[in-house]
Design a protein around this ligand. Structure first.
Ligand code: RIB
Ligand code: CA
Length: 324
């Protein structure tokens, strides 16, 4: 190098990896709120929109809860209002689990925030078009909004790159009826439309939730001990779940199905996936909302992936990382 040539001080820094884009459909919900915090505070993804559906509590409150959660994570992500009831049934809520306000009844200021003007279905369709082939859709509640988007726009299903669903009970053991998990039970017709839409669906069910996403009060306290406002939020809203579990089973636990699904969406290699042929019962008086997985050895007419295992230690670490 001659004196006249300036030393090349610019090291060849690798180009930044482009952020993956996520759209989240949710019914917050204490566990939904934790999943939203994981996504909103992840440096690896961009949340392009959040659509809200009635489920754990009524739509007005789930919208306010989503807006509050976005605000405590720094804002900047639009929240869209979706369906206030299932496609063909009356709404069934789960306020016993999540509290009357849906976020633990701990006195949070969950009123008076304003959602985006566009409807959830319009926003879902527009985002799928804008990011065709690269959008990850994560669903955390009843699938009403998604089914309506599929029925309104035939290209919606083909535009979605991945659809990670918290829903179903592949082992046939339900949490809402003997055979059905809440999100699918509340709107089985919508779940049936989504399953048969051709979208690449990955189902994170109640079975793997019970195996890998139950936290002890001590584990919940250790997340709170990270000391940030988000850490206190995600831990404190779990109060009704801890109380309910203690009442039902004699020991307090925190139950995090939606964060488990979000972890699978954020880090696919955290999970084991099994291709299956699956269907959803929409008629049965005893089995409506059941996810029927055919485990007979079959030719490859698989129509879904179910998650069969998740690396629990990595999952717990992701919860801590989300609030530090
Ligand atoms: O069955 C668990 C699911 O139902 C979770 O999404 C929880 O938030 C409730 O919506
Ligand atoms: Ca939910």
């Amino acid at each position: 190098m001659t004196d006249s040539e300036p030393e090349n001080l610019q090291q060849d820094t690798p180009p930044e990896k482009p952020k993956r884009r996520f759209f989240i459909d949710t019914d917050p919900g204490t566990d939904d709120a934790v999943a939203l915090v994981m996504a909103l505070r992840s440096p690896e993804i961009e949340v392009v929109g959040i659509s809200v559906v009635a489920g754990n509590v009524g739509l007005e409150q789930t919208v306010q809860n989503a807006l509050y959660t976005v605000e405590i994570c720094g804002g900047g992500v639009p929240v869209y209002v979706g369906a206030k009831r299932p496609m063909n049934r009356d709404l069934q809520t789960a306020d016993l689990v999540h509290g009357r306000d849906g976020l633990g009844d701990i006195g949070l200021p969950l009123q008076g925030r304003t959602p985006a003007a566009e409807s959830a279905v319009d926003a879902l369709i527009a985002a799928a078009k804008q990011y065709a082939g690269e959008l990850t859709l994560v669903t955390l509640g009843p699938l009403t909004n998604i089914a309506q988007a599929i029925q309104r726009d035939p290209s919606f299903a083909t535009n979605i790159a991945r659809c990670v669903i918290m829903g179903g009970a592949p082992d046939g053991v339900g949490n809402t009826t003997a055979t059905a998990e809440f999100n699918v039970y509340v709107d089985p017709e919508a779940a049936h439309v989504v399953l048969h839409s051709g979208m690449p669906t990955e189902w994170v069910g109640w079975d793997v939730t019970l195996r890998h996403a139950m936290l002890t009060p001590e584990e919940n306290d250790s997340i709170r001990a990270e000391g940030t406002p988000q850490a206190e939020f995600v831990a404190d809203i779990q109060k009704p779940v801890l109380v309910l579990w203690e009442k039902l089973f004699g020991y307090a636990m925190v139950c995090l199905p939606d964060p488990l699904a979000m972890a699978v969406a954020l880090a696919p290699d955290i999970a084991e996936h099994l291709p299956v042929h699956m269907d959803i019962e929409v008629i049965g008086s005893l089995t409506a909302g059941m996810t029927v997985v055919d485990r007979r050895p079959r030719p490859s007419d698989h129509n879904a992936l179910i998650v069969t295992r998740v690396h629990r230690d990595r999952f717990i670490q992701m919860l801590h990382d989300a609030v530090t």
